[in-house]
Ligand binder design. Structure first.
Ligand SMILES: [Zn+2]
Ligand SMILES: [Zn+2]
Length: 175
């Protein structure tokens, strides 16, 4: 297929290890000054973008939709699939969960935090690592405001009291 010369090009955003699709979409949109509606138009998949950003993944993203997104964000479909729950794993869209300790190491929302039965953070690479045996947070440890959807995590802090996510680690329950 020939790509027309006037085809707009976008700033590419490198996916982070374990990053959820919602977090990645937010970063891509901000880097390119796009709203969810505009990205929906560009990809031709419309309102599906903002549904995914809210983790409403039922119906599950189709290969066609993922290909349409992949063409614009220039990330392979296989890599986009890694940002989604694996087959057989149920996602819980609310509350949004956070491990402040992991966020300190890599500032992103990890898809596995929204898995239905996931209540503590265990690093797959270091399952016995005590730093990661921490209960996941569902609201700000200071003012108790629930976390916004990861697509809206701009500064990595509570939108109400501005406590940085990384600092919330000290209030996480240790297992
Ligand atoms: Zn963690
Ligand atoms: Zn707060």
């Amino acid at each position: 297929m020939e790509i027309p010369a006037e085809q707009p090009r976008f700033f590419q955003v490198e996916p982070l290890e374990g990053e959820s699709l919602s977090h990645f979409l937010g970063r891509f949109r901000r880097e390119n000054y796009l709203t969810a509606t505009q990205l929906g138009k560009l990809t031709g998949i419309g309102a599906v973008i903002s549904r995914w950003e809210k983790f409403y993944l039922n119906p599950f993203p189709t290969p066609q939709e993922l290909e349409a997104l992949a063409a614009v964000v220039e990330v392979k479909v296989d890599r986009l699939i890694e940002m989604l729950p694996p087959k057989g794993v149920t996602m819980k869209p609310r509350p949004i969960r956070l491990c402040g300790a992991c966020y300190q190491e890599s500032p992103c929302h990890r898809v596995e935090w929204q898995f239905k039965d996931k209540l503590k953070c265990v690093s797959e690479a270091h399952p016995k690592d005590a730093r990661h045996q921490l209960g996941l947070l569902t609201k700000c440890t200071n003012c108790e405001t629930p976390f916004p959807i990861p697509a809206d995590w701009v500064q990595g802090e509570c939108p109400h009291c501005f406590l940085p996510f990384a600092k919330m680690a000290r209030r996480q329950k240790r297992y």
